[in-house]
Write a protein that binds this ligand. Sequence first.
Ligand code: SAM
Length: 266
Amino acid sequence: MFKEKPILIKITHSDAELLKRFAWFQQQPGCNWTTTRGGEEEVPDLTITRRGVFLTNGVNHLSFHPSMALIRLINLLRGGTDRYLEATQLQPGDSLIDATLGLGTDALIGAWAVGERGSVLGIEQSPILAAFVSDGLNHFSEIPQNVKNKDKQAAWNALTRASKHIVVRWGEHREYLKQIPSRSVDVVYLDPMFRRTCRQSDSMLPLHLWSDHNPLDQEAVLEACRVARKRVILKERKNSSEFRRLGFDILLGGQYSPVDYGVISI
Ligand SMILES: C[S@@+](CC[C@H](N)C(=O)[O-])C[C@H]1O[C@@H](n2cnc3c(N)ncnc32)[C@H](O)[C@@H]1O
């Protein structure tokens, strides 16, 4: 499905930097880019501008921004806890496969936790999302001038470093995992889309449009268990029957949270 849909890509100015970015996008695997749709509404799916790259769904635009990762990291740097890190138990030097990369928020927190000696591989089934997030991570460097808060600056700098350690791959995770040797990665993380309702904030609508909503399949979980050395983690709706169906033990915590984390310890 993702391979066949033509994706309208536009560039707002012919600057050298924007042209370079445009050429980079056109080389990304799986994306069926087009520069003209020929229809009445010529709203691009992806627009490369001087202010960044935007993914569009009608009137809603999404740009790569580490907003949620930033809030979580500020909290962590102040000594707070993070349920994802409690579940994954990632340590400096660990290797992580985030098999449902999405917008890369969890992968960024994971990359911060494993540090420079660790590694993070993000697998994303949607080619446009894989390309969009990969580009966002590649260009994630400058602290915006309006960021004056010291905690925010520290978190932003830490995320900038973390972003350099995430390798993004377009692919279907079950097939991708099949190519990875057994017991070669510390943690495999799965955060599928399908439990999410349509009550998304407008800014997340492009993610909804471009992502894969299928439930996890059992074989993908078996592959994750073969590849992982320590644990496989699943994030799902609170009390979801998916935990039982796929063989995960629900971890305690998050009494007031709409999600649970499940674990298969290896
Ligand atoms: C809920 S989002 C993940 C959000 C992510 N944890 C984050 O922090 O941004 C789920 C993502 O997994 C992707 N996905 C779903 N099934 C997949 C599969 N079989 N292989 C790879 N990616 C998949 C979807 O396209 C979607 O982008």
